[in-house]
Design a protein around this ligand. Structure first.
Ligand SMILES: [Zn+2]
Length: 300
């Protein structure tokens, strides 16, 4: 999440559809490592913090934040306008990194911060600014823009990290709400796991929170060789839920700008998850199917 993300229209009917099926934490945490690729500093914890807490309790996990780089010295007029609503820019990324370290430590995992630039600081391959006033971060023309070099670089970095392990679970955003950084992170993960070729990796896409509390939960169009299954719920144990709500509250620099009718992000998530889970809070995910392979997913 960044302050540059747009405000969606509330769709009240979508906060309580039945979840068609459920899986246990033990079922989704295949043997092996748990690597979560988060577009921004707060996304993995906001969306999948309960599952991560369980992973931290059972063993460990690593959250890799991809778009965590320092803003460049030259920025666009649109980025300048965003900055006008933020605090001290020089320390902003350091503050956000510190919040992320604290949140992930609370959940029992490791963090890693990459230095790719947030969408509002990026130029397209032809040199034009990616994000303008007319084309916000979820705009279709932004998704269609060529960022081939960026994607290639991120895919290569993810492949190097995957090559360090035998396999396990990779978590990434489904990109509900359509922020281009979420979609780029997702597509890079799918590309990297596909190129890795080993069927020892399962890919789970989290339904992005808090966006999934407000949106139709169909993710943006996937590249042709990929598909995702329907959403399923994972029931989160009480202690893990308490930890994940506390960890979400750690991102205090982001929370004020993300309040909804005066309701904080942790409270939005808590209400949504408790309502959907009929008092047992849940998080929702989708299985990604890659290049015709179905991965090492355990289908019961
Ligand atoms: Zn985000």
């Amino acid at each position: 999440m960044t302050a540059g993300e747009w405000r969606p229209t509330l769709i009240p009917d979508l906060v309580s559809p039945d979840i068609p099926f459920m899986r246990s934490v033990q079922d989704v945490l295949n043997p092996g490592v748990v690597l979560a690729f988060s577009p921004h500093f707060d996304d993995a914890v906001f969306s999948a913090g309960g599952l991560l807490s369980a992973a931290g309790r059972l063993d460990s996990f690593t959250v890799i934040t991809i778009f965590g780089g320092q803003p460049p010295s030259e920025i666009s007029a649109t980025a300048s306008a965003y900055h006008g609503t933020w605090g001290d820019l020089d320390s902003m990324v350091e503050v956000r990194r510190a919040e992320d370290r604290a949140a992930i430590q609370l959940l029992g995992g490791q963090h890693e911060h990459w230095d790719e630039l947030d969408a509002i600081y990026r130029r397209q391959d032809d040199g034009r600014w990616l994000i303008t006033e007319a084309t916000p971060t979820n705009h279709p023309t932004v998704h269609a823009a060529s960022e081939r070099l960026l994607l290639q670089r991120i895919v290569a970095r993810i492949r190097r990290r995957l090559s360090e392990y035998e396999g396990g679970v990779v978590l990434a955003p489904a990109s509900i709400g359509g922020h281009v950084d979420h979609a780029r992170a997702r597509d890079a993960v799918l590309e990297a796991v596909g190129a890795d070729g080993r069927e020892t990796w399962s890919v789970l896409l989290w339904n992005d929170l808090p966006y999934a509390t407000h949106y139709d939960d169909a993710p943006p169009l996937l590249p042709p060789k990929y598909a995702v299954g329907p959403s399923f719920g994972v029931t989160i144990e009480r202690d893990d839920w308490i930890r994940r709500i506390a960890a979400s509250a750690t991102y205090s620099s982001q929370l004020k700008g993300m309040e909804w009718d005066g309701v904080s992000v942790p409270e939005q998530i808590d209400r949504w998850a408790t309502q959907r889970g009929r008092r047992n809070p849940l998080e929702t995910f989708r299985v990604a199917e890659i290049s015709g392979r179905r991965g090492a997913w355990k289908r019961s």
